[in-house]
Design a protein around this ligand. Structure first.
Ligand code: PLP
Length: 376
């Protein structure tokens, strides 16, 4: 990425896109989806998924299971869609049986789309998108399935075609290992067809001119050219490591973090082990401890960046990110730093307990022959 800026109407662009687009399709695990890139953060890509598939007044089913799932629902609401937002406790995933229940009762087939955040970054919960798709199929419902994959793509298995997802959206700053600044959309045929039928006003976020121009290797606006070089490299790295190895590495590193948290005797916010996120872990802190103080001390004293609680979880949890370009030693250092910051606010932890639990797990995995695939 650190290179002279190319002419965005020059010959470099088609060359870049000819590798990036097929590579991203492999990462979304799709042959029927089309890639649309915008020089915006993930929020913009999510907005594009709404304005291209829905019209004002359309009924949308959403589940409030955290900050980002609520934000997705709000995006639709702000464009005049009627959002049936089911409120659930933060810390659980989207219950597929509830999806089925809502859809089966919708005999008039009024729901036009279902919004799901695959990995809810505010709570560290991964919803079972496959089960949601099966619930939609079992109800024989035609609603589109729109999925936020911002903190799951290229970290947690996501199968666009197999799960018949209609739109998936991510940003470059998580599993794609890049700085923020680009949204990556994968749109299936039904969603693309809808973009020609809905009447929601859109200009920059209209997929149609972008799809047309990208076929020729260009964009109808000035793209984030240097990010495209980074994206090509990220795609190469992920495909070189291999997606099963990438997911396996995240599974292993995440389990190491969870074992450390248990060794600290602190509760993981996600209660259902089947829904544990392999890209981040939200940890509840004891009553009376301000979680934001832990973040502040980790930053100031240790130059360690942890995540804080969002929305109703503010001050109550810390969030430990473990996705992207990450290996065992980085995780062990981060666990050491986190347990130091927890001790600094007065939580009683025997120094090294988390590191020990995590390291033991890595050694166990090593002996079982499941080596972390990458030392990047
Ligand atoms: N959705 C999820 C699940 C996220 O984690 C984020 C950001 O962290 C967003 C949406 C918003 O993306 P961005 O901050 O790139 O606009």
């Amino acid at each position: 990425m650190h290179r002279p800026v190319p002419d965005h109407r020059g010959p470099e662009l088609p060359e870049l896109l000819s590798e990036i687009v097929p590579g991203l399709k492999k990462i979304f695990q799709t042959t029927r989806g089309e890639i649309v890139l915008f020089p915006v953060s993930g929020t913009g890509g999510l907005e594009s998924s709404i304005v291209n598939t829905l019209s004002a007044g359309d009924l949308v089913l959403a589940f409030n299971i955290g900050h980002f799932s609520h934000a997705y629902a709000e995006t639709a609401r702000s464009f005049g869609m009627q959002v049936d937002e089911v409120e659930l406790p933060w810390g659980q995933g989207v219950p597929a049986d509830l999806v089925h229940d809502r859809l089966i009762r919708d005999t008039a087939r009024n729901y036009k789309a279902i919004l799901v955040v695959h990995n809810e970054t505010s709570t560290g919960v991964t919803s079972d998108v496959r089960a949601v798709r099966e619930a939609i199929n079992a109800a024989h419902h035609p609603a589109l399935l729109l999925v936020d994959t911002v903190s799951s793509l290229a970290s947690i298995e996501f199968l666009f075609d197999e799960w018949s997802v209609d739109v998936a959206v991510t940003g470059t700053q998580k599993g794609l290992m890049l700085p923020p600044g680009m949204a990556v959309v994968c749109a299936g045929p039904r969603a693309i067809a809808a973009s020609g039928q809905v009447n929601t006003p859109r200009f920059f976020f209209d997929w149609r001119p972008v799809l047309d121009e990208m076929k020729r290797g260009y964009f109808p606006f000035t793209p984030a050219t240097l990010m495209l070089y980074g994206l090509r490299e990220a795609v190469r790295m992920l495909l070189e490591e291999g997606l099963p190895a990438v997911f396996g590495r995240h599974r292993k590193l995440a389990e190491g973090v969870r074992r450390a948290v248990r060794a600290w005797n602190l509760p993981i916010l996600c209660r259902n082990a089947a829904e544990y996120s392999n890209s981040l872990t939200a940890v509840e802190l004891p009553e009376g401890i301000d979680a934001d103080k832990v973040l502040q001390l980790a930053q100031e004293e240790l130059n360690l960046s942890l995540g804080g609680g969002l929305g109703q979880l503010k001050g109550r949890v810390i969030r430990i990110g473990h996705l992207g370009a990450l290996n065992e030693l980085e995780v062990l250092a981060m666990i050491a730093g986190t347990e130091m910051a927890l001790q600094m606010v007065g939580i009683r932890i025997v120094p090294g307990m988390g590191v020990q639990a995590c390291e033991e797990w890595f050694m166990q995995e090593h002996l079982a022959g499941r080596r972390v695939g990458s030392s990047r």
